[in-house]
Design a protein around this ligand. Sequence first.
Ligand SMILES: *Cc1c(COP(=O)(O)O)cnc(C)c1O
Length: 395
Amino acid sequence: MFILDTLKEGLADLDARGLRRRRRIADTPCGAHMRVDGRDIVGFASNDYLGLAGHPALAAALAEGAARYGAGSGGSHLLGGHSRAHEQLEDDLAEFAGGFVDAPRALSFSTGYMANLAALTALAGRGTTLFSDALNHASLIDGARLARADVQIYPHNDAEALAAMLEASDAAVKVIVSDTVFSMDGDIAPLAALLALAERHGAWLVVDDAHGFGVLGPQGRGALAAAALRSPHLVYICTLGKAAGVAGACVIAHETVIEWLLQRARPYIFTTASPPAVAHAVSASIKIIAGQEGDARRAHLATLIERTRAMLKATRWQPVDSHTAVQPLIIGSNEAALAVAARLDEAGLWVPAIRPPTVPVGTSRLRISLSAAHSHEDLARLEMALAQLDEVNHA
Ligand SMILES: *Cc1c(COP(=O)(O)O)cnc(C)c1O
């Protein structure tokens, strides 16, 4: 058989099952109003929750950083690539989001995917048991695999089931890992209950705040600050390409944990540091997030969230009970979800259909992602399009 044939068959199979994905090309910055594939659309697809990805001040900070530090870092953090901008960002983040632990320290990464691989491989090796929420993000699942730990999956947000599993485990090292805000459901983990279990069982609690950082808690300090939790058992990961609007990620924990990661985490050690200009721009973003402009953006986002909840309840589909910027509407089959997304697309509304393996089979959904960049007028357009679709479907 020709070498390419099996792959072609695999792709045809994806087509047949409604699982083929394709990319769209944007000609404008990420924002509520974009030009995508040559058409003007209202975008509900990004994770740019505060509308900062296209903020002129951050583009200016990126340019300033490039003028000061050049284009590339030139090396890994341990071999020449660690700049003043990275160091400053780590200090800024430890101060901003590290209030959950004494002596907080931050370690910056070029992506959240790598930060998760690093945190899990450094804390959980062979002989460790990792307790993982059933709906955790793919990067945490991959981190657990790479760590070669024994993995036990507990039912989504079920602290009681987790308690029983911890009770029954005799692993020398235990690590609990969870998203804070679940990326495809928008609901929030029972963080206080998870931390109580971690403390009772001498376990680490690793939380991935990709969708909470910048949005939740006072000044957007994140999900741990929102829940007012504090413990040396906590290891916090935030990503910087979502609400922060730039790129990268950080692990924040007690300084001893961070020093261990710096010495041992292969996804940290064996990769080129991100461009210093990126770190410089993220520092500028944190100033916006923490200040009055951040407060105003979060307040506006909160009104959009409440309005969307009411709007989705009025449809014939099943909304997920989410109080965050991620507002899913469960449609069911891949084909049905794709059809609804296609109708919205015709109305100039970009709402992605999320399908397996990102979500469980039979729960394909629209993932409406809100941003402070949206206006109430944008939401009114979505509301009208959904109402029209509903009528078509009832007829
Ligand atoms: C997006 C995301 C990541 C990965 O972060 P990147 O910076 O995009 O690599 C990790 N965890 C969760 C929950 C995410 O949603």
